[in-house]
Design a protein around this ligand. Structure first.
Ligand SMILES: C[S@@+](CC[C@H](N)C(=O)[O-])C[C@H]1O[C@@H](n2cnc3c(N)ncnc32)[C@H](O)[C@@H]1O
Length: 304
């Protein structure tokens, strides 16, 4: 079978490109060979890397009725509302990496963006250890916000952070942006602010777990009070509170170093919709994920 060999540093971008071209075979697993990844191909593609012949292992098929309907956070499978929830739970519990199956029992609510979750099968807990981007996160998915689908986004932001920069994560949660940046890049320091006491405890724990105590300073509090009194300016400011981030933009702008970049996550139907009331210079807009049937979360990069 033919495969596409690319360096691991380009693998995620190439995987997305292949998916969009419908050229990636979903039936087989990709291979890791040293610093390279080999993707199984449906057909030959040009200009993305070296085409080679290889044998690939077949994937265990996800039954079509549950395909795309769940997230995996550590060893917890989290499904969305479904009529056949018990059947799906039973199917998911067959996987050796799943110990708990739970279902979203409502939307994210309140300023801490917590979600009501109901256990369906397996062990009686919502705490787990999740791995991504060479980092480890302990998280309770009923008490704190955590979205495994932002893994690519976090890596993309981390790649932009340059050596010796100062980073401010204004709505840090259990620390995924701060920690991925701390692990994959070389900033001078990262300040991570979080208001939810429970998420803050996990944030502190995760900083230790990832051995980033010397790089990341966690602060418990409301960014509205904390950020204005922080000393100095920041080269990168992360604002992942999509429902309300714009309210905090003037505070962030005050703390932005010359040439610095704000990564503002915000909700809208289109880029124009999101940019409508923003008065800073826009460096780029990326649609990150769906939020509701007609609305999306966008990442807007801003500078002065
Ligand atoms: C959408 S979550 C994002 C968390 C984290 N950045 C991530 O990507 O997983 C927003 C976080 O901001 C926290 N938060 C909400 N209002 C805040 C405020 N005024 N100051 C600091 N943190 C706040 C919430 O508790 C929540 O953990």
């Amino acid at each position: 079978m033919i495969g596409l060999k690319v360096h691991k540093s380009e693998a995620e971008a190439v995987r997305r490109k292949l998916l969009s071209m419908r050229a990636l075979s979903r039936r087989f697993k990709s291979l890791r060979v040293g610093d390279y990844v080999v993707f199984p191909l449906e057909r030959e593609v040009k200009g993305l890397g070296e085409i080679i012949h290889a044998s690939f292992q077949e994937r265990k098929r996800t039954p079509p009725e549950i395909e795309g309907k769940f997230d995996i956070i550590g060893d917890i499978a989290l499904i969305s509302r479904a009529e056949n929830e018990q059947e799906i739970a039973k199917e998911l519990m067959k996987r050796k990496n799943i110990r708990v199956v739970a279902i979203r029992a409502g939307h994210r609510e309140g300023e801490f963006r917590k979600m009501k979750i109901r256990l369906l099968a397996g062990e009686n807990r919502l705490e787990t250890i999740h791995r991504e981007n060479k980092c480890v996160f302990k998280v309770n998915i009923g008490e704190c916000f955590f979205d495994p689908r932002l893994s690519y986004e976090r890596r993309e932001v981390a790649k932009e952070v340059k050596e010796n920069e100062r980073v401010l994560d204004m709505f840090a949660g259990v620390g995924p942006f701060s920690i991925v940046i701390g692990k994959l890049s070389s900033p001078r320091e990262i300040i991570s602010v979080e208001k939810n006491q429970v998420a803050f405890s996990y944030l502190k724990h995760n900083i230790k777990l990832n051995k980033l105590d010397e790089k990341i300073t966690p602060i418990l509090g409301d960014s509205r009070d904390v950020v204005p009194v922080l000393p100095g300016k920041f080269h990168r400011i992360i604002m992942n509170l999509p429902e309300r981030s714009k309210e905090f933009l003037p505070i962030a702008e005050e703390k932005l170093a010359d040439g610095g970049v704000i990564y503002l996550y915000s909700i809208g139907e289109s880029p124009e919709d999101v940019l409508n009331d923003i008065h800073m210079r826009v460096l780029g807009v990326r649609r990150v994920k769906s939020y509701s049937p007609k609305r999306y979360i966008f990442r807007v990069k801003l500078t002065r």
